[in-house]
Design a protein around this ligand. Structure first.
Ligand SMILES: Nc1nc2c(c(=O)[nH]1)N=C([C@H](O)[C@H](O)COP(=O)(O)OP(=O)(O)OP(=O)(O)O)CN2
Ligand SMILES: [Zn+2]
Length: 145
């Protein structure tokens, strides 16, 4: 276990709930003078917890493969500069924006799976004292296209 506590998602009707923890090491900056020291490029080891829920399992007996979730998020952002990604061109990579962006990445992937699991919560911890939880409003219908 790499975290001592896990904030609970809102109650949901699904039979299965899966959680995947991961870390990735990444640099970012907030391109705004008001961000103070955060406007300079600096790095974090981000901690991410994904909560996925659903009623149906795939042919391997899985809601979604833990390894595929790691490849999707860690594979994209580990040892990179977040500001270089198109998803952070208009929206600076604050912890809030990182959490929402990871939600959209994961939710779009889950939509391709025949058993249609849902991402119901994304927790992103940027520092030992700061974290954000993103929860979609209604089954992902508030996603940016
Ligand atoms: N709402 C947000 N506030 C801040 C963000 C953010 O993404 N969303 N980001 C930063 C900085 O990027 C910084 O990396 C993290 O800030 P902070 O928690 O203040 O870091 P400290 O280590 O200085 O905090 P301590 O309280 O001393 O532990 C700033 N704000
Ligand atoms: Zn930072």
């Amino acid at each position: 276990m790499i975290q001592q506590f896990y904030p609970q998602p809102a109650p949901h009707p699904y039979r299965f709930e899966l959680n995947k923890d991961m870390n990735f090491s990444t640099a970012h900056f907030i391109p705004n003078e008001k961000a103070g020291k955060c406007s300079f490029t600096h790095g974090h080891t981000y901690f991410v917890n994904l909560t996925i829920a659903g009623d149906d399992l795939d042919e391997m007996g899985m809601l979604v493969n833990f390894s595929d979730l790691k490849k999707l998020v860690h594979g994209r952002y580990d040892h990179k500069l977040l500001n270089d990604f198109p998803e952070f061109e208009k929206l600076p990579p604050s912890t809030e924006a990182v959490a929402q962006t990871i939600y959209e990445l994961v939710a779009n992937y889950l939509d391709t799976l025949p058993n249609l699991p849902k991402c119901i919560q994304v927790l992103v911890r940027e520092t030992p004292t700061s974290y954000v939880i993103y929860r979609p409003r209604n089954e992902g219908n508030d996603r940016h296209e």
